[in-house]
Design a protein around this ligand. Structure first.
Ligand code: WQD
Length: 336
């Protein structure tokens, strides 16, 4: 019996495949490489020394998904596949709604046809919108400020309706905070080809000399130093959170949201300082205007995941910064 990982060659998907294989799960991976590269399949096998079936396909493709479930005994799925750039979603909302929702509907239909009712969904802290207070609990009000976040909110609602229609379903809605870092091997990680939207990949490119300076989006927020505060979680901790959630949904039915975050908030300037201290590499920055849509502070209350999933984060911010940079350095050596 295998676990299907959609989007399994992506940043979080690939790290979760490594943890699943290390835990002894059999996996089947499907990805269309929209936001990843084929080499990641080999890297996952190299890290774990284990083999697995891979399908290059789009999760919106009904025939492709039917083929995967017909050819494999799938006992559960972790659904990462989806577009995830906030800015792009504002410019191309229809593309985001069509892809993120259709791929999920196709997956659900195929799973039901094959009597498979165990699903972990890759949601996001973005469904909390602009929370009035922090730390954020799972029962906080949900609201979104961009089409990407709205696709996550819509899919959470769809999955709740699916459970009401068929109580055999067991679904975890995993709300990620800010994933950063990379596997210790330096073989998988995050290094977008284009100009990064997110803070850590941008810091990495400035440290590597690929970009001249970090633009800090505002220092007039109501935070410790005026810059934005976020809950950065090591991507390997995030992957471990999926294993903890999978264990739980294998044993019971229902639909439950879980925050996957450390519960600690770091400002942008603290992240620059932590990165420089951890890696001994300077990161030049300048203060710029706020980025539209940004919120001041966002960090998790991880109590529910700890109490119900037995999940707690193991990595601290210095390791996250070191592992993120180690991947960049290893990639540079490989591409020489
Ligand atoms: C973090 C902080 C910025 C870049 C986003 C998505 C969210 C989730 C995680 C998918 C903020 C500041 C950033 C830069 C900066 N993705 N910053 N200069 O916005 O918290 O969340 O990624 O689920 O949906 O919204 O992450 O890394 O973009 O920003 O000053 O060049 O760094 O203002 O305070 P964010 P981020």
């Amino acid at each position: 019996m295998a676990i299907l990982v959609t989007g399994g060659t992506g940043y979080i998907g690939s790290h979760t495949c490594v943890e699943l294989l290390n835990e002894g799960y059999e996996i089947v991976v499907v990805d269309n490489f929209y936001n990843s590269k084929p080499i990641v399949v080999d890297r996952i096998k190299e890290i774990t020394g284990k083999d697995f079936k891979f399908y290059e396909a789009d999760c919106c493709d009904k025939e492709a998904m039917e083929k995967i479930f017909s050819e494999n005994k799938i006992e559960g799925a972790i659904h990462f596949a989806g577009y995830k750039a906030v800015g792009e979603s504002v410019a191309k909302p229809v593309m985001y709604y069509q892809n993120n929702i259709d791929s999920t509907l196709t997956l659900i239909e195929t799973m039901e046809r094959h009597n498979c009712y165990v699903l972990a969904f890759s949601s996001s802290a973005t469904v909390y919108g602009s929370p009035k207070t922090c730390p954020i609990k799972e029962d906080f009000p949900l609201s979104t400020t961009n089409p990407y976040g709205t696709t996550k909110l819509f899919i959470e609602r769809i999955l709740q309706d699916v459970y009401v229609s068929n109580n055999k379903w067991s679904i975890a809605l995993l709300r990620y905070f800010n994933p950063i870092g990379a596997h210790k091997s330096g073989l998988i990680g995050e290094n977008p080809n284009d100009i990064p939207n997110n803070l850590m990949p941008y810091i990495n490119k400035v440290a590597a000399g690929e970009l001249p300076i970090l633009h800090v989006f505002g220092n007039d927020y109501d935070t410790k130093d005026g810059t934005g505060v976020r809950d950065y979680i090591h991507v390997v901790d995030l992957a471990r959170g999926h294993i903890a959630a999978l264990r739980k949904i294998m044993t019971q039915t229902g639909v439950e949201p879980y925050n996957l975050g450390t519960g600690k908030g770091y400002s942008v300037l603290e992240m620059v300082e932590n990165f420089e201290k951890a890696n001994g590499v300077p990161v030049k920055y300048q203060i710029d205007a706020r980025r539209p849509g940004d919120i001041a502070t966002c960090f998790a209350d991880g109590t529910k995941a700890k109490e119900e999933l037995g999940f707690t984060c193991q990595y601290e911010i210095d390791e996250m910064c070191r592992d993120a940079w180690h991947y960049i350095e290893e990639e540079k050596k490989r591409n020489k």
